[in-house]
Design a protein around this ligand. Sequence first.
Ligand SMILES: NC(=O)c1ccc[n+]([C@@H]2O[C@H](COP(=O)([O-])OP(=O)(O)OC[C@H]3O[C@@H](n4cnc5c(N)ncnc54)[C@H](O)[C@@H]3O)[C@@H](O)[C@H]2O)c1
Ligand SMILES: [Zn+2]
Ligand SMILES: [Zn+2]
Length: 377
Amino acid sequence: MRALVYHGPKDVSVDDVPDATIEKPTDVLVRVTSTNICGSDLHMYEGRTDVEQGKVLGHENMGEVIEIGSAVDKVKVGDHVVLPFNIGCGFCKNCESGRTGFCLTANPGNAGAAYGYADMGPYSGGQAELLRVPWADWNALVLPEDATEKQLDYVMLSDILPTGWHGTVLAGVVPGDSVVVYGAGPVGLMAALSARVKGADQVFVIDRQPDRLALAEKLGATPVDDSKGDAVDQIMEATRGEGADRGVEAVGYQAHGPSGEEEPGTTINSLVAAVRPTGGIGVVGVFVPEDPTAKDELAQQGRFAFDFGTFFFKGQSMGTGQANVKQYNRALRNLIHRGLINPGQIVSQELSLEQAVEGYKNFDDRLDGWTKVVLHP
Ligand SMILES: NC(=O)c1ccc[n+]([C@@H]2O[C@H](COP(=O)([O-])OP(=O)(O)OC[C@H]3O[C@@H](n4cnc5c(N)ncnc54)[C@H](O)[C@@H]3O)[C@@H](O)[C@H]2O)c1
Ligand SMILES: [Zn+2]
Ligand SMILES: [Zn+2]
């Protein structure tokens, strides 16, 4: 089969690799119809993880089931399914309590597994013609009859929509809240959409990419350009000096500081400043325990100086981590089916799998108008 393979920093290609197959009775095999490139893929693409050469990437996958293992009961051949990027077993302590992003079975010795991702287990990704789905009755979400018609919306259930939603859950967003989101990438935009759905009063989205800020505005948020003045000052001014009730971090450890230089603590410390006393902060942007190629020693150890004193004095709370996609994807699927949300509106390019290399390059360069890339193998 054809698949997008990682060879080294900024070196990916679409190669012939052995077909994905059923390996265990609980697997299904999916013919991938849509698979996205994610900001998380860029951490690997840029050589900022220890992902192994030869790995097939792709964790935002949707497709049609073409074969089922002998122990699969619910999922049928011909079903259109969307797969949470997290692979869970369904029976460990964390899966049982809904924390499927931290499955204790799928990636032994670690908490959490995913398709085609560094340190997330031996699973191949779905930027390929075929995908093996483990524990498929648990992991696959079956889609209704409009699966193909609305595929650009449904494929967002694999990651960014539930992840944006998770950011608002971790932050504790309730109706009437003001919410500040750092990052107008796909995840930040989905956090803004989620905050709107949850009845937020004002939603601010901070970035410096004009095309992405324009999308934030289209989703009903107030765009804040941090290259045109301190973003925290702009939030304080817009909230009568109180600060926002809730904040979501949707950037991660490769955040840029005011001068454009990478500065991993900048968004977290800005959120501590921009969120009101007793407010909540949800961190879904990825931070890593080690970052050997970072520029300073602290960052190399996955550390940064945290304004803990201010955080404590303000009595804020913070939640972090991978999104437990399965906690939200069914309900969000229903909102898409009923036409109440259309997350696919942020898709900027639909490419064939053969064009994936160009997709990676342009999305990584944050070329104007490259917000979210969907590949159709
Ligand atoms: N927790 C999870 O389950 C989960 C799931 C998916 C993605 N992620 C992570 O979420 C983050 C965002 O993903 P994405 O696909 O939107 O990525 P992306 O790289 O497309 O977007 C990040 C955006 O942040 C902006 N940015 C950089 N520094 C900033 C700053 N200081 N202030 C404001 N904005 C700044 C960039 O200009 C860019 O538009 C990544 O770290 C990704 O790995 C986490
Ligand atoms: Zn993703
Ligand atoms: Zn599990």
